[in-house]
Design a protein around this ligand. Structure first.
Ligand code: SAM
Length: 254
């Protein structure tokens, strides 16, 4: 079957890499797993054999019979022919895993972020640059919207880098495995408020935070959380973004 570029199909063909991903996922019979984009089942076989309750989310209708042939006979596997971007998680907590189609990775991560109360952790193969952006620290060029939003709710760890040769067809870029473990501590920060604030803060990376947030936050509130209004967004810490979001929620706007 020809791989569909529009569905980000780069199938894993390296057993060593598959073994490494499964080792990080560490599936257990007591767990509820969701695999996004199982493809031909390269990772799925190892998840199924753990005995975990496994839900497969695959959008390509041509792959559904291939998955049914392999997994319909296993009681612990459910196959869903649907779009992962439309998933509404219920009955968690889940481990959500997958070698993601790179064209939907950012919106999917944001969608999962909004459902993090249903998620225990996520283990994904992503484009290496996206993993580096998610795990970036303040003060670096890669620190941005994805870093703040995902680090707010998850402890993020970058694992192995994977070269294009591990896939068929080969992607043009390197890949990397990332693990995002949901933070236990409940947060009072309202996600849409944080998202709006972060989006606006990074709208023009070369501008100062004061200029980017002119409509949203006063100079006094920037200073109250230890931000110099002449700083750029990429130098502001996660905790400062969270404190600013709380101030905006309390109506302390510019
Ligand atoms: N897991 C397989 C592997 O590692 O060989 C396939 C990975 S491939 C990178 C991505 C998979 O996600 C493909 O099977 C593709 O059809 C599926 N996919 C693409 N867009 C999707 C979506 N919106 N929802 C669910 N699955 C999707």
């Amino acid at each position: 079957m020809k791989a569909k570029k529009s569905l980000g199909q780069n199938f894993l063909q390296d057993d060593g890499v598959i073994h490494n991903i499964v080792k990080i996922i560490n599936p257990k019979s007591t767990e509820k797993l969701i695999e996004i984009g199982p493809g031909h089942g390269a990772i799925t076989r190892h998840l199924q054999s753990s005995g975990a309750a496994l839900q497969l989310i695959e959008l390509d209708h041509d792959l559904i019979p291939i998955l049914q042939q392999q997994f319909d006979c296993h009681e612990n596997v459910e196959i869903h022919h649907t779009d992962a971007l439309k998933l509404k998680l219920e009955g968690g907590p889940f481990k959500v895993v997958g070698n993601l189609p790179y064209n939907i990775s950012s919106p999917l991560l944001i969608s999962m972020l909004y459902q993090s109360e249903q998620i225990e952790q996520m283990i994904f193969m992503l484009q290496k640059e996206v993993v580096q952006r998610i795990c970036a620290s303040p003060g670096t060029k890669l620190f941005g919207r994805l870093s703040v939003m995902l680090q707010h709710r998850f402890d993020c760890t970058a694992h192995l880098s994977i070269p294009p040769e591990a896939f068929n067809p080969r992607p043009k870029v390197d890949s990397q495995i990332i693990q995002l473990v949901t933070k236990k501590k409940p947060t009072k920060v309202d996600l849409p408020v944080l998202e709006r604030l972060v989006k606006q803060s990074f709208a023009m990376r070369r501008k100062t935070i004061r200029n980017n947030l002119k409509q949203l936050v006063s100079i006094e509130h920037l200073e109250a959380v230890g931000i110099d209004p002449s700083q750029r967004a990429e130098t502001i810490s996660l905790s400062q973004f969270e404190q600013l979001a709380l101030a905006v929620q309390l109506g302390a706007t510019a």
